[in-house]
Design a protein around this ligand. Structure first.
Ligand SMILES: Cc1cc2nc3c(=O)[nH]c(=O)nc-3n(C[C@H](O)[C@H](O)[C@H](O)COP(=O)(O)OP(=O)(O)OC[C@H]3O[C@@H](n4cnc5c(N)ncnc54)[C@H](O)[C@@H]3O)c2cc1C
Length: 485
């Protein structure tokens, strides 16, 4: 049944006063837009409900559909994309800004790059980390200044650190301490049994200290809230992938990062149901029943599998019966995320160039942490400057914070808008935080393990919390697992 025919059916049924449950008699209908997916028929086709149409949900669904399975994606919000969200509304001259995810790197993001190629999208070099200036103790430092031995000594770094930082970028200080440990990691999904298991009860800061870090290095490296085993594993994963700790060369999608969720959603067509929050899940040995709300009616749908692509703090509030075993419940109850706000400033000129400055700044202000330029390729004299800050700060306060420290003569910012993720009903969390000290075995690999007919994909369900790469990796992992089941 085509979308058009289905809508007609729903409309006429509603008009005829047919009950809501009857509206859902053909949920696994043939969907439109499937002609744009090259489908390989499966020898054992399954029906799968995916929860959440963020990048992970869309990617999982696409990978299942192309393997010949029937999929419905239920999304609570009125748009797909989740934390990948490009805004144009309110901005002038065709400018845009990314409210959420904003860059990828190369190497790294292998799956993501694969989709860029497959869907014919354009990745643009994104010079947001070039010539970065950092505001430290209320003073701005260029990259050159932060390589100067005299400046480094004045900060209080020890001799070894001064030598390292005069030859390596500021952001790579951690490597001085972690590099000697990394060759032992052979499998990026296996943090255990490589000789560092005893480090899970040791804060990373203590390992830095034991290995000779100065008080100044400790101040910049942090490491008090996560374990040495967790951090060495994280660095080991990047080492195995050949990715620097903070890659200086990054990229974004032309037209906004929303282009990738859009490309998936276009191919999935009517399989993606918006404004359709999942309310509860029942599961057993042979399948799942998902209760959801659609067109203001509560309905149920059965499937062979449910794939959870909803971030865990939101998923935890969805009743699941029978309940998960204690080890999975521990993960749901204890996983922590950060959450912040993205500011989008529109200015009438590249005002910083008149002041001979860069706009790539780490401001380290309570209301505004960083700023950088985006949408450089749009053909206009106007510019977009993006910024990040905590939730609860008004865009005007963020602008005032910028103006309080901008080291040039004047800015030409004429408009500011923002998305405060901390206030979102369905997507209030941004990125998964490191697991607490001493808990790695409780979280890993439990966080990604399927439970019966329920699988887990999403940025939270991978070894590294690198958002969209983790989302696409886990989408592929789960699609393969269900396909092979
Ligand atoms: C400001 C910001 C900057 C970022 N920068 C980067 C970056 O530079 N690079 C990078 O790779 N990543 C970045 N990330 C992280 C990245 O955007 C996310 O990790 C990734 O998009 C998560 O995808 P996901 O599909 O796992 O989850 P989400 O995008 O959170 O999608 C989950 C979906 O589930 C839906 N949902 C919730 N509850 C229900 C329910 N009951 N029923 C149905 N649906 C529900 C939500 O509405 C949402 O659409 C950034 C994130 C933010 C917020």
């Amino acid at each position: 049944m085509s979308t058009f025919k289905r809508r007609d059916f729903i409309k006429s049924s509603v008009m005829a006063g047919v009950s809501a449950s009857m509206l859902d008699t053909t949920p696994w209908e043939k969907h439109t837009a499937s002609d744009t997916v090259k489908i390989t028929p499966s020898a054992s086709p399954k029906k799968v409900i995916v929860g959440g149409a963020g990048l992970a949900g869309l990617c999982t669904a696409y990978e299942l559909v192309r393997r010949g399975h029937e999929v419905v994606v239920m999304e609570a919000a009125g748009r797909h994309g989740g934390h990948v969200f490009t805004v144009l509304d309110g901005l002038s001259d065709g400018l845009y800004g990314d409210f959420g995810m904003e860059h990828i790197c190369k190497p790294g993001y292998d799956k993501y790059w694969g989709y860029i190629q497959e869907f014919g999208l354009t990745a643009l070099p994104y010079p947001r980390r070039k010539n970065l200036v950092r505001r430290i103790d209320e003073k701005f430092y260029t990259e050159e200044m932060l390589r100067d031995a005299a400046v480094l000594k004045k900060f209080g770094f020890n001799e070894r650190e001064v030598k390292y930082l005069s030859q390596n970028p500021w952001w790579d200080l951690e490597s001085l301490y972690t590099k000697p440990y990394l060759d032992k990691f052979k499998d990026e999904y296996q943090p255990f049994g490589v000789g560092y298991d005893h480090f899970d009860t040791v804060p990373m800061a203590d390992l830095y200290k034991k290995d000779g870090a100065s008080e100044t290095a400790l101040r910049f490296l942090g490491g008090t809230s996560y374990s040495a085993q967790f951090e060495l594993w994280r660095a080991g994963i990047l080492h195995l992938r050949g990715v620097p700790l903070a890659p200086p060369e990054v990229f974004r999608l032309k037209g906004g990062n929303q282009m990738l969720p859009n490309a998936f959603a276009k191919r999935l067509g009517t399989r993606v149901w918006l404004n359709c929050p999942i309310l509860s899940i029942k599961h057993g040995n042979t399948g799942v029943t998902v209760k959801y709300k659609q067109f203001n009616e509560e309905k149920e749908m059965q499937a062979d599998y449910y794939v959870n692509c909803i971030p865990l703090p939101a998923f935890k509030n969805i009743p699941v019966s029978p309940p998960f075993p204690p080890e999975k419940q521990y993960v749901l109850d204890n996983v922590t995320y950060d959450s912040y706000q993205r500011f989008v400033f529109q200015a009438s000129s590249k005002f910083w160039e008149e002041d001979n400055l860069t706009i790539n700044m780490d401001l380290n202000l309570p209301d505004l942490e960083q700023v950088w330029q985006s949408a450089e390729e749009v053909d206009t004299h106007r510019v977009i400057v993006l910024g990040t800050g905590p939730g609860g700060v008004s865009p005007q306060r963020a602008l005032a914070a910028f103006r309080s420290v901008y080291p040039g003569k004047r800015d030409t910012i004429e408009y500011v808008t923002s998305r405060d993720w901390t206030k979102e009903t369905y997507a209030s969390t941004c990125e998964r935080l490191p697991f607490a000290i001493g808990t790695l075995r409780k979280f890993w690999p439990e966080v990604m393990k399927p439970h019966g007919r329920i699988h887990f994909a999403g940025a939270y369900a991978d070894n590294l919390n690198w958002g969209t790469e983790a989302a696409t990796r886990t989408g592929n992992r789960v699609a393969e697992a269900i396909d092979k089941a």
